[in-house]
Design a protein around this ligand. Structure first.
Ligand code: ISL
Length: 570
């Protein structure tokens, strides 16, 4: 797990959200056969690894992140035979497949939980976190991420169980060694089947302090954020080390954790990904910390709102911090969005006039930092956030709860709430993949489970694959470039002109190679005056998102959202 040649370091990952990728049987929901039918497309893009969001049996309260059987494929996605075929077709094309491992919680329909709630003496009782009422209410005041209390009362045994997400997602009790053994067995079962790794959902929430202390609440606040207690909890690292030793280290796999960013510092990050730690290869750690200071947000809803005010200064600081943190003895993920967060071009770029340019600029950013890049489906086409018209069009439990909370707590009108949700909700980024300009964007012959973005006639794979100047073909070129220049994968990162208000520039150094990346994050042209140490060096332009880019780095003028990557000579 520690050499420079680990394959997962040089890999580019593509995230598939199976419900919305491709529908093979016309029922309106994406499925495994659909995915298999699009593998040539992914191969031609140049990605190495496909990450599948959950495809297990699930009642779909949280679209598959509530698993009721870890070894069964959800009927809506197909059968285990479809899965085996997908896996072998992926391998046949020289790609790899990793799956989502959702082990902080199960579905309330999982057989363990069905048993657990039957009686206090049931052998599965200790698989979950049960507590008697405190006074007449919940055992503590923790808020669930999706709104309301993190505790649900179960009449049958007159106790509460803990759920950090929806009530239908009871948290597993990792302090119980039987639970851990079951999980390791399940992970090993999938690895033996031949998958190439896992993405561990919400993995730094697995250890809760047994005393379950109340969180600090502001006056009048009923449920408060308990992250300081359950994020990176007391035994989180002990359990990850155990999992690594008993399962992960026995296979040639890549393991990426999803880490709630509360209290994330350089040290907390390295505790998960340091090569000597023997825990995980890399983690997603800043979903929403990337672009704003969230320290004053009280609820997950407020935190989301704050995203709207991201700024380049903070983005530079964060990225620089993580690049530096992991340079010595660690590795990082590179991503700007996923199935939980806004479309990157809508959020960090401009999804109107400069959609194509800004999508390419962001791609340049993503693919020229040190770490493993993750492309969320549709990002390679410059897909944008969906704009829904009313709450009835949303599907996500979190969006619907956010909407209720807006109405209750913030007294915002419906219009404002929908506007916010369009920018911030998870549904806005989960709309079906836009394959072509035909009905339903070629995603399904049936009625899609979530509305297709009406801009599919303009933004779709079929047109982009053919257009040499498309976002898609720019991604292809960039991926190829990254593969032919190791400096872009492994090189040391150094920020340049930190104070510039429009430009984000950095160098990457690896052996004798020095690359320079210059990105204009604004809608106005910008001039790049290189610092002394870079002046006068002959430069070779490797890629740019505008045609007429000059070759010299001195006084380089960057068009709106312009991006350039140079190789500098001594
Ligand atoms: O604050 C958060 C929620 O608002 C996040 O940091 C949270 O830890 C993260 O969103 C967890 O996400 C993952 O687990 C969820 C699932 O709904 C998401 O889709 C998944 O990415 C529960 O399994």
């Amino acid at each position: 797990m520690i050499s420079m040649t680990d394959w997962w370091k040089e890999a580019v990952v593509y995230q598939v959200y199976p419900m919305s990728f491709m529908d093979g049987n016309g029922d309106g929901t994406g499925d495994l056969r659909g995915i298999t039918s699009k593998l040539d497309y992914l191969k031609s893009l140049g990605v190495d690894v496909i990450w599948l969001c959950p495809i297990y049996e699930s009642p779909d309260v949280d679209n598959g992140y509530d698993v009721s059987d870890y070894k069964k494929i959800s009927k809506k996605f197909g059968t285990m035979r479809d899965f085996d075929r997908l896996l072998s077709e992926v391998h046949r094309r020289g790609m790899k497949l990793i799956m989502d491992g959702v082990y902080n919680h199960t579905s309330s329909q999982h057989k363990w939980f069905i048993e657990s709630r039957k009686s206090k003496r049931n052998r599965y009782r200790g698989y979950y976190i049960w507590r008697p009422p405190k006074g007449s209410g919940e055992p503590n005041n923790w808020a669930a991420f999706f709104g309301g209390s993190a505790w649900a009362y179960d009449k049958r045994t007159k106790e509460y169980y803990l759920h950090l997400f929806a009530a239908a997602q009871p948290d597993l009790n990792w302090d119980n060694s039987d639970v851990r053994e079951e999980i390791y067995e399940i992970i090993g079962w999938w690895f033996k089947k031949g998958i190439d790794g896992m993405r561990f959902d919400a993995i730094n929430l697995i250890s809760k302090p047994p005393a379950l202390p109340d969180a600090k609440a502001t006056p009048g606040q009923r449920y408060a954020n308990g992250e300081r207690y359950f994020v990176n909890g007391p035994k989180a690292h002990r359990y990850l080390k155990e999992m690594n030793k008993k399962v992960l280290s026995r296979y040639d796999v890549m393991c990426v954790g999803e880490i709630n960013r509360y209290g994330m510092s350089m040290k907390t990050l390295m505790d998960y990904v340091g090569f000597r730690r023997h825990e995980l290869n890399m983690v997603f750690h800043d979903n929403s910390q990337l672009d704003y200071d969230e320290s004053h947000a009280r609820t997950s809803l407020e935190r989301r709102e704050k995203r709207l005010s991201w700024n380049l200064d903070l983005l530079k600081d964060r990225i620089t911090m993580w690049q530096n943190a992991t340079y010595n003895g660690g590795w990082d993920t590179l991503y700007l969005g996923n199935h939980d967060y806004p479309r990157i071009v809508s959020h960090f770029g401009d999804d109107g006039k400069y959609r194509v340019e800004s999508a390419k600029m962001l791609a340049t950013f993503l693919l020229t930092l040190r770490g493993t890049p993750y492309i969320y489906q549709g990002e390679e086409l410059g897909m944008t956030n969906m704009k829904f018209g009313s709450i009835s069009e949303f599907n996500d439990v979190f969006a619907i709860n956010m909407y209720k909370e807006y109405a209750r707590t913030y007294k915002k009108g419906e219009k404002t709430a929908i506007r916010m949700l369009n920018e911030l909700s998870r549904d806005s980024v989960r709309t079906p993949m836009q394959w072509d300009g035909t009905r339903n964007a070629g995603f399904s012959k049936g009625r899609p489970w979530l509305r297709v973005n009406p801009n599919y006639k303009k933004i779709n794979a079929s047109d982009e694959v053919r257009d040499n100047d498309s976002v898609f073909n720019y991604y292809r070129k960039l991926i190829r470039l990254r593969k032919s220049h190791k400096v872009l994968v492994h090189g040391k990162y150094d920020i340049v002109l930190r104070e510039h208000k429009q430009i984000y520039a950095y160098t990457r150094k690896y052996g004798k190679d020095l690359a320079l990346v210059v990105l204009n994050f604004s809608r106005k042209t910008a001039t790049f005056n290189p610092p002394k140490k870079l002046r006068g060096r002959p430069a070779r332009l490797l890629i740019s998102n505008y045609k007429s880019s000059g070759r010299a780095i001195e006084k380089a003028r960057l068009m709106p959202y312009g991006a350039r990557v140079y190789l500098l000579k001594e």
